[in-house]
Design a protein around this ligand. Structure first.
Ligand code: 3HC
Length: 303
């Protein structure tokens, strides 16, 4: 069944080569899933060789883990690894069909990266942004051909989370949108078309809940109590565990976008989390010798 708002599937263009801009956590997850599910070459780029090598190395390591767990035959693992390569030059995107950016969640950075990619790609190449909270409209305004940009928002862990939010920019054409839907289907994802509003739909709802947990914590509720209060609702992981998986700085960034759009009442920015970020701490919890969740003394010291 055609998803609501999706153009005719036959408008979709073939995707035979993919670019992933960025070599961080989400970028690596995207590269692996695109290569594995679409069986196409995926090239990761970043600003320096060390980052590129680390990113590609991480993806190859993930493939090794899949092989070690018996989820992938060794031969297929090697083939999959050879599909994921890296470069420091965007010139490698000259014959790409789809380039998705997963760089730092900052409008200026995203615009600069997209402009750089646009300068080397073919007129048919589709540009996608994995932004979790920023305006696709604003991002498109920096492009020579805004009609080729589409929002393509995946969730962490990309391999497992079934949903993808697709965002139509002000000029996005039907073939571009149809390609995004077809690609999502090829990846085995359920795609939904969402409005280009701050943090789209899922994160807006999720961060409202997370925001309340963080607010209780800021106001003095014991972290364990705030974090486990919703256990009877059988969430797949507690709010602070999810925060640690997504990365506290990334989550705080999304909250800040929502705070700018909707104000302190609905999306307060947590002071405790900011203190952790300022101290370079990315996870609230550590395990003690009995395997219990504890806040380490050095973390408590900055709260
Ligand atoms: N990468 C690849 N596969 C993974 C994985 C990962 N990081 N984590 C888990 N898996 C796989 C496991 O291998 C397992 O596969 P199998 O069934 O074939 O063996 C399967 O997923 C289930 O994993 P587990 O049994 O180990 O663990 P759980 O049942 O606890 O599920 C979870 C793990 C799917 C991560 C679950 O805890 C969950 O859904 N958590 C919530 C995640 C969430 O809400 N993500 C959205 C975050 S917001 C976001 O990303 C937006 C961004 O813009 C900020």
């Amino acid at each position: 069944k055609k998803p609501a708002g999706a153009p005719a599937p036959e408008l979709a263009r073939p995707v035979r080569k993919v670019g992933v801009v960025g070599a961080g956590l989400m970028a690596g997850q995207l590269a692996l899933v695109f290569a594995q599910r679409l069986n196409v070459p995926v090239i990761m780029t970043d600003v320096d060789r060390a980052r590129v090598d680390r990113g590609v190395g991480h993806v190859h390591g993930q493939v090794d883990t899949l092989v070690a767990k018996g989820k992938l035959p060794a031969g297929q693992g090697e083939a999959l690894k050879s599909l994921v390569t890296g470069s420091v030059s965007k010139d490698v995107y000259a014959d790409a069909d789809l380039v998705i950016e997963a760089v730092f969640e900052e409008m200026g950075v995203k615009k600069a990266v997209l402009a750089e990619v646009e300068a080397v790609v073919t007129p048919e190449c589709i540009l996608a942004t994995n932004t979790s909270s920023l305006s696709v409209t604003e991002m498109a305004s920096g492009l020579e051909h805004p009609e080729r940009l589409v929002g393509f928002h995946f969730f962490n862990p990309v391999a497992v989370m079934p949903l993808v939010e697709i965002v139509r920019g002000p000029a996005t054409t039907d073939p571009v949108l149809a390609t995004a839907f077809a690609t999502a289907r090829g990846l085995g994802k359920t795609a939904v078309l969402v409005q280009d509003a701050a943090a789209f739909v899922v994160n807006r709802i999720l961060l409202r809940m997370m925001g309340e947990v963080q607010h209780s914590f800021d106001q003095g509720t014991e972290a364990t109590v705030a974090d486990h209060a919703l256990d009877p609702m059988a969430l797949p992981m507690t709010p602070f565990t999810l925060l640690s998986m997504v990365g506290i700085p990334v989550a705080q960034h999304v909250t800040e976008s929502l705070n700018t759009a909707f104000g302190d009442e609905r999306f307060p920015v947590s002071k405790n989390l900011q203190s952790l970020i300022d101290a370079g701490i990315t996870s609230l919890w550590a395990k003690d010798e009995d395997g219990r969740e504890v806040i380490p003394a050095e973390t408590r010291a900055v709260l």
